[in-house]
Design a protein around this ligand. Structure first.
Ligand code: LMG
Ligand code: NDP
Ligand code: PMR
Length: 395
C-alpha cells in the first residue's frame, strides 16, 4: 500500500517564482540553428572554474574501513586506496558504461546495484570488466523493501561507501495507462525518484562515514526536464504543478498518478521524475554539504540515443532517433563517451564543487549548466523533499 500524505501539500504553490529570466525562445529555431542566449549557454564552451578543494583526510569512523591514503612503498609517496562506488542501473546503457570506465581505471571497486543479476553479470563480462573490480548486488528501485534490503546487504559487506551514483531509470512513452511500484506509486516517478530518494537518504550516512578524500552523491538528470532548453520544450513538458498528485501518493485511485494531478502521460512522468532528481540533488546540497563535505551533483551526459531507455518506444522512433540526434540536433553521444563523462563526475579531482548540474560541450569539456526555473526552485525542492520523505516512510 502506498503511504498516504494527502495533507502534506494542502496549501498549493502560488508564490512568485524566482526571478530568473531563463526561458525565452524568441530566437529559437526547431533544430537549433539559432538559440536564445540561454540556449547558447547550453551548448557553448564555458570555462571551468572549479577550485580544487580536496578536503583533508577525515578521521576514521569505523573499524572496518581501511584508511583512504596509505603510505606507498616508495618513501613518502602516498597512494589512494581503491574507491568504492555504487552505481544503480549498471546493467545497461550509461550505468554499464560508467561502471566499465571506473572498473577499468583500476582505481575503483564498482558495486553494480541492479534488478537483474544474470543480465548484469553477462553485461559486465561482455564489457570485459576486471572481475576483481566489481560486485553485483540486487536492487529493485520499484520496491522500497528492496531498497532497504539492499542497504542492509551493502552494510553487511563492510565495504566503505565513497560515491553513490543514482542512475537507473524507466521511461514509458507509449503507455496508455500507468503502472505502479510495489508500494503503488506510478512507476516512473516511483522508480526514478522515490526509490532513489530513499536509497540516497539512507546511504548518505554511509557516505558521511567514508574517509575518502572526495565523497560524492550523484543523481543523473536530463535536458528534457529543463524547459530552458529546446529539448525541454518538446511536448509534453515537465511540470510538477503544486505537487497535489505526489502528495496523494501517485496511486491513480484516490489521487492522480501524475505529480501535478493531471492525466497520465508516460513521457511527462519521466520528465517530471528527472526534475525531482535535479531538485533532490540541490536540496541535499543545502541540507548536507556544509556539515558533511559531501559533493552533491547532477548532470546531463548528452543524448545517448541508443540505450535501453527507449526500449518501449515505437520501432520507428528507435530507428530515427539516433540519426536525428547525430545529424540534426548534434546532441548525440555514444554510451562509451557518456560513461566517461559520468565517471569524470565520480572521480575527477577537479569536479568537487557541490550543487552543480554538469553538462559537456562538443569537445567533451565539462561546464556548470543552468537549470530551468522549476528545476532550480528552492521552495519546490523543499516541498518535494518533504512529501517524498512521507511517501517513503522517513517522516
Ligand atoms: C510525444 O510526441 C509522444 O506523444 C509521447 O508519447 C512521447 O514519446 C513524447 O517526448 C516524448 O513525445 C512528441 C512529438 C510531438 O514529437 C515528435 O517526435 C514528432 C516529430 C515531428 C517532427 C517533425 C519534424 C520532422 C523532421 C524530420 C526529421 C527526421 C528525424 C525524425 C526523428 C524523430 C525523433 C525525434 O511533438 C510535437 O508536438 C511536435 C512539435 C515539436 C517541436 C517542439 C519544439 C520545441 C519548440 C521550441 C520552443 C518553443 C517555445 C515556444 C515559444 C513560442 C514563441 C512564439
Ligand atoms: P537504460 O535503459 O540503458 O538503463 C537504465 C538502467 O536502469 C538499466 O540498468 C535498468 O535495468 C535500470 N533499472 C530500471 N528499472 C529499475 C529498477 N526498478 N530497479 C533497478 N534498476 C532499474 O537507459 P540509460 O542508460 O539511457 O539511462 C540511464 C540514466 O541516464 C537514466 O537516469 C536516464 O534518465 C539518464 N539519461 C539518459 C539519456 C539518454 O539519452 N539515454 C539522456 C539523459 C539522461 P534493466 O537492465 O534490468 O532494465
Ligand atoms: Mg529530443 C537540441 C535539441 C535536442 C536535444 C539535445 C534532445 C535531447 N532533443 C532535442 C530536440 C528535439 N527532440 C526536437 C526538435 C524534437 C521534435 C522533433 C525532439 C523529439 C523528441 C522525442 C519524441 N526528443 C525526445 C523524444 C523522446 O521520446 C525522448 C524523451 O523525451 O525522453 C524523455 C527525447 C529526447 N530528446 C533529447 C534527449 C536527451 C531525449 C531522451 C532522454 C532523456 O531526456 O533522458
Amino acid at each position: 500500500m502506498a503511504l498516504q500524505a494527502a495533507s502534506v501539500v494542502s496549501s498549493a504553490f502560488s508564490g512568485p517564482k524566482e526571478g530568473k529570466s531563463g526561458a525565452s525562445f524568441k530566437d529559437s529555431s526547431l533544430f537549433g540553428v539559432s538559440f536564445s542566449e540561454n540556449l547558447k549557454a547550453e551548448f557553448s564552451s564555458v570555462a571551468l572554474s572549479c577550485k580544487r578543494e580536496f578536503k583533508a583526510v577525515r578521521a576514521q569512523t569505523t573499524a572496518t574501513e581501511s584508511p583512504a591514503i596509505n603510505k606507498g612503498t616508495s618513501e613518502g609517496k602516498k597512494t589512494l586506496r581503491k574507491g568504492s562506488v555504487i552505481v544503480t542501473g549498471a546493467s545497461s546503457g550509461l550505468g554499464l558504461a560508467t561502471a566499465k570506465s571506473l572498473a577499468e581505471s583500476g582505481k575503483w571497486h564498482v558495486i553494480m546495484a541492479c534488478r537483474d543479476f544474470l543480465k548484469t553479470e553477462r553485461a559486465a563480462k561482455a564489457a570485459g570488466m576486471p572481475k576483481e573490480n566489481y560486485t553485483i548486488m540486487h536492487l529493485d528501485l520499484a520496491s522500497l523493501d528492496s531498497v532497504r534490503q539492499f542497504v542492509d546487504n551493502f552494510r553487511r559487506s563492510e565495504r566503505p561507501l565513497d560515491v553513490l551514483v543514482c542512475n537507473a531509470a524507466v521511461y514509458q512513452p507509449t503507455a496508455k495507462e500507468p503502472s505502479f511500484t510495489a508500494e503503488g506509486f506510478e512507476l516512473s516517478v516511483g522508480t526514478n525518484h522515490l526509490g532513489h530518494f530513499l536509497l540516497s537518504r539512507l546511504l548518505v550516512e554511509d557516505l558521511n562515514k567514508s574517509d575518502y578524500p572526495s565523497k560524492r552523491l550523484i543523481i543523473v538528470g536530463s535536458i528534457t526536464g529543463n524547459t530552458n532548453t529546446l529539448a525541454g520544450n518538446v511536448p509534453p513538458k515537465a511540470n510538477l504543478g503544486d505537487l497535489r498528485g505526489l502528495a496523494g501518493g501517485l496511486n491513480g485511485l484516490n489521487s492522480s498518478a501524475m505529480i501535478d494531478g493531471g492525466d497520465f502521460d508516460g513521457a511527462k512522468a519521466y520528465k517530471d521524475s528527472k526534475v525531482c532528481n535535479m531538485l533532490t540533488m540541490q536540496e541535499f546540497h543545502r541540507r548536507y554539504h556544509e556539515e558533511t563535505g559531501i559533493t552533491f551533483a547532477s548532470l546531463y551526459p548528452g543524448c545517448i540515443a541508443t540505450t535501453g531507455l527507449f526500449r518501449e518506444h515505437i520501432p520507428l522512433f528507435r530507428l530515427l532517433f539516433p540519426p536525428f540526434q547525430k545529424y540534426i540536433t548534434k546532441g548525440y553521444v555514444s554510451e562509451d563517451e557518456a560513461g566517461k563523462r559520468l565517471a569524470q563526475v565520480v572521480s575527477d579531482p577537479s569536479l568537487t564543487k557541490s550543487g552543480v548540474y554538469w553538462s559537456w560541450n562538443k569537445n567533451s569539456a565539462s561546464f556548470e549548466n543552468q537549470l530551468s526555473q522549476e528545476a532550480s526552485d528552492v521552495e519546490k525542492a523543499r516541498k518535494v523533499w518533504e512529501v517524498s520523505e512521507k511517501l517513503v516512510g522517513l517522516a
